[in-house]
Write a protein that binds this ligand. Structure first.
Ligand code: ACO
Length: 378
């Protein structure tokens, strides 16, 4: 009797590995919900801090809860002296995602609290990372520009404070709002590659910092979070809107992936794109600058050309990449900014994984040589 060949799901495509109560993509309506709320409505009506609370606690905060949440987050923003020393020692040639990964690993090594695995301990660590990571990213961007870090301002909200620490000033409310919308849209997306990585690490009963460190590594890749940086490099490489079609023809002929397009889950368009594109359009209109208009025209021309030639829709990284450029962030800071947001989703999943843990350990179909003798063995 011959054994039936196992069914193989490369890339785990289409495999449902567990349940989650955090978010879902509703295929029929092509919409993404966080704890049941459509992400578009959250982005339009709620602050990022409220969204973080929703992801962690399951409900939007009332006024008192929000006040307490904000106070705790603001108090945790400063870094200690040893972290500053560590950051200063990292080579400027390393990618800012490496800096962030190292910082999280260091926070884990420094954390004196015994990980008792309690929900309270996990929430405290999650909030610490949410509060401190912007300080790391902003200081690193300034260091690369040859500038001293700017300490966090506890009088400012999460998004405003990040601008303040990066640039020493807070831009117009519309720009901050656009940034906050991107944070909300990036916050959570079910079992994506980096979240799944965090869940795999957690499933071994390892600690939260290890899971987040691993997730940062997974997000860095250009097929995942690294795509928002790759989008901007691609737009700068094309340069001229008139070149979009010819560039695309060449790229497709050489089997290049077009960054910021396609998605494993969304096949008819990423539900987060329209609201991010609207926010980007507002930034472009506000800039009233021919260089910005040229980039926006190129962005639209490439989107239309890819859709027409390949039927592939843009994902969130496509509008977010250009938006971050227009906000003044350096390209290598784009994926770290994604981390500042996705830290909420990752840590919500880490907590959920622990609540009903099962070790994640799939099987593989072996295709190597059959058993053979080691030369020289009797
Ligand atoms: N450019 C060119 N062709 C593409 C692209 C793209 N961006 N995306 C998909 N395709 C093509 C593939 O070549 C493939 O064609 P084929 O069947 O002729 O070989 C077909 O569409 C299916 O694509 P897969 O790669 O099998 O789809 P998968 O679900 O595995 O990949 C992924 C999804 C990795 C996101 C892919 O679309 C891609 O590489 N996109 C570019 C990188 C990117 O933007 N990543 C960000 C993802 S969203 C996020 O992390 C927030």
């Amino acid at each position: 009797m011959t054994a039936t060949a196992p069914e193989i799901h490369r890339g785990l495509a289409g495999v449902v590995v567990d349940t989650t109560e955090i978010s879902t993509v509703i295929q029929e309506t092509n919409s993404l919900t966080y704890r049941g709320y459509p992400v578009q409505d959250l982005a339009a009506r709620r602050s990022f801090e409220e969204v973080a609370h929703l992801l962690w606690y399951g409900e939007l905060p009332d006024e008192g809860q929000l006040r307490a949440f904000r106070a705790r987050e603001r108090a945790l923003r400063p870094l200690d002296r040893t972290t500053w020393e560590l950051l200063a020692r990292l080579p400027e040639t390393c990618h800012p995602m490496d800096v962030l990964r190292t910082a999280v690993s260091f926070f884990g090594a420094e954390d004196p609290t015994e990980d008792d695995g309690s929900l309270a301990a996990h929430r405290a660590k999650s909030l610490t990372l949410l509060a401190k990571l912007p300080t790391v990213v902003a200081a690193d961007q300034r260091r690369r520009r040859g500038l001293d870090p700017i300490p966090p301002d506890p009088g400012l909200g999460y998004a405003e404070n990040f601008f303040h620490m990066c640039f020493g000033s807070v831009p117009a409310p519309e720009v901050v709002r656009c940034f906050e919308i991107s944070l909300t849209l990036y916050a959570e997306h079910s079992f994506n590659a980096s979240t799944f990585t965090a869940r795999v690490v957690t499933s071994t009963l390892s600690d939260l910092y290890s899971a987040v460190t691993a997730a940062i590594g997974a997000l860095k890749g250009p097929l995942h979070g690294g795509a928002n940086e790759a989008v901007m490099h691609m737009l700068l490489e094309i340069g001229d809107p008139q070149r979009a079609q010819a560039w695309l023809d060449e790229a497709l002929a050489s089997k290049r992936k077009i960054m910021g397009f396609g998605h494993r889950v969304y096949k008819h368009g990423d539900s987060r794109v329209p609201i991010m594109q609207d926010a980007l359009d507002r930034l472009v209109a506000r800039a009233a600058d021919p260089e910005v208009t040229r980039l926006a025209t190129l962005h639209a021309a490439l989107r239309d050309a890819v859709l027409h030639r390949k039927g592939i829709h843009p994902n969130l990284d496509y509008p977010a990449g250009l938006a971050y450029h227009l906000m003044g962030f350096d390209i290598p800071a784009f994926t770290p900014i994604f981390v500042l947001s996705r830290i909420t989703g990752w840590t919500a999943h880490i907590t959920e994984q622990l609540a009903h843990n099962a070790l994640i350990r799939p099987l593989a179909s072996y295709g190597g040589p059959g058993q053979r003798a080691v030369p020289g063995a009797a």
